[in-house]
Design a protein around this ligand. Structure first.
Ligand code: AMP
Ligand code: GLY
Length: 435
């Protein structure tokens, strides 16, 4: 983009295109829409049920090339790993999101582990295997040390490619199934790694290829059932800030993880521009190791992170996309936020679609509450369910307890047949009494 064009864009207000259509993209588009620098936000494919936001169905790539917005923000990992950011950048657009080479941090767990090793970033001990014989031998080596390895498919598996085995036999069975094509090519190569004890946190950093801005840590509840039991999901609820990661630990994560990643990627010729999401395991002693990297905002972490930020997100993401991070474009408020996911009947298996959702307007009237849409659509003028995670009912407050109170009072106003949600989001932090 030419300098002149850029300045015109800012004078007139930025036109921003957000690619994706889930709760994360709704939250991003909402926050972008509140930015002083932004004149217009379009989502693609978005969701026709989103209140007050413009969604355009169709191919995001063609739309971006056609609209030529001032900024493109890519939400999900799949298009990033497939190289959409590279393509749009090559066409002269300002894009917030890494190119395919940098996206390998999420797209290949073997790449991620080797990268951490090259750059001395703390992560669990591991072996990479590509055959049943190698898997068997590696599991024996773990067993000899009294360990049962966690089994991870190398490639993208929509969050399903990790088995935390309870026995060596289970680890072997999982390995053989993956090598045999259970996840297609994504499982032809595996990472077997040491199981780490502790509690998990999600740390997000906005990166411009060189500089970084740390956002407050969030925590996600991944299991469907209360007390963190039952099958894994994409995330049933989040809160931020997470007291598990205090200011000192967040600084260590910046210095010992995020900056080494950004510098390492740059030194290896694939600068990282976009959101680096560090999945951390915090040990009982308070040390952190990296479980995974994602190369995009978390879902539903974004719903709480966007609710705690003040300032101009449009200016921040444009400056990151252009390699001149303006960290002062936003500030982290004192607010606490909680997001409670309402999921469809059948989730995390096959969700039922078409259930009519009532009470959305009344829920939005609760002070500090916002309802982000994930799996919804319009049918005969009514909002109906259309996916597993349906809504992210989000609220802010002066304390986590207040945010929770508001989120659940908004949620109680919403109903649809077969709805599932957890009543205990944030229970660990609230038990700590740190609100
Ligand atoms: P990942 O996609 O790599 O984050 O793995 C999915 C989930 O598996 C994580 O959120 C953890 O709950 C669990 N997990 C992954 N790796 C480990 C590990 N090394 N030790 C313990 N739990 C793990
Ligand atoms: N909530 C976890 C993720 O977005 O990967």
């Amino acid at each position: 983009m030419q300098d002149g064009q850029k300045r015109d864009g800012l004078e007139d207000g930025l036109r921003v295109l957000v690619i994706g259509g889930g709760g994360r993209e709704h939250a991003l588009a909402w926050r972008l829409g509140q930015s002083g620098s932004v004149a217009e936000v379009t989502l693609c494919p978005g969701n026709p049920a989103l209140p007050d936001l413009k969604s355009v169905a169709g191919d995001p790539r063609s739309l971006a090339l056609d609209l030529r917005p001032d900024l493109v923000v890519i939400g999900p990992e799949a298009p990033l790993c497939a190289g959409l950011a590279d393509e749009l950048r090559n066409a002269g657009l300002a894009v917030y999101g890494p190119g395919s080479a940098a996206a390998r941090l999420e797209g290949s767990k073997a790449f991620m582990k080797e990268f951490c090793k090259r750059h001395q970033i703390a992560t669990a001990a591991f072996e990479v295997v590509e055959s049943p014989a190698a898997a068997r031998a590696a599991i024996e080596r773990f067993s000899a040390r009294g360990q049962i390895p966690v089994v991870k498919a190398d490639g993208l598996c929509a969050g399903k490619g990790v088995v935390v085995a309870e026995s060596a036999e289970e680890a072997l069975t999982a390995s053989l199934e993956m090598l045999d094509g259970r996840f297609g090519d994504a499982g032809r190569r595996l990472v077997l790694e040491e199981r780490l004890p502790g509690a998990e946190a999600s740390v997000h950093a906005i990166c411009d290829g060189e500089r970084v801005l740390m956002l407050p840590a969030a925590q996600d509840h991944k299991r469907i059932g209360e007390g963190d039991r039952g099958p894994n999901t994409g995330g049933m609820g989040t809160y931020a800030p997470a007291p598990l990661v205090d200011g000192a630990l967040l600084e260590r994560v910046r210095d010992e993880v995020v900056l080494p990643v950004v510098r390492g990627m740059s030194a290896e010729g694939s600068p990282f521009i976009g959101t680096l999401f560090v999945g951390l395991m915090v040990s009982p002693a308070g040390d952190a190791q990296v479980l995974e990297f994602n190369v995009r905002f978390g879902d539903p972490e974004t719903q709480v992170l966007m609710s705690t930020l003040d300032g101009d997100l449009g200016r921040l993401l444009l400056s990151a996309a252009e390699g001149r991070l303006e960290s002062d474009a936003v500030s982290v408020s004192e607010r606490h936020a909680m997001c409670v996911v309402m999921a469809a009947h059948g989730y995390p298996g096959t969700p039922r679609k078409g259930d009519v959702i009532d009470g959305l307007e009344r829920a939005a009237e609760v002070e500090g509450a916002l309802v982000f849409h994930a799996g919804t659509t319009l049918k005969d003028g009514r909002v109906v369910t259309s996916g597993g995670r349906v809504l992210g009912v989000t609220a802010t407050g002066d304390s986590l307890a207040e945010a929770r109170e508001r989120a659940y009072s908004a949620l109680e106003r919403i109903s649809f047949s077969g709805m599932q949600f957890r009543r205990d989001i944030g229970y660990r932090a609230l038990e700590r009494g740190s609100e």
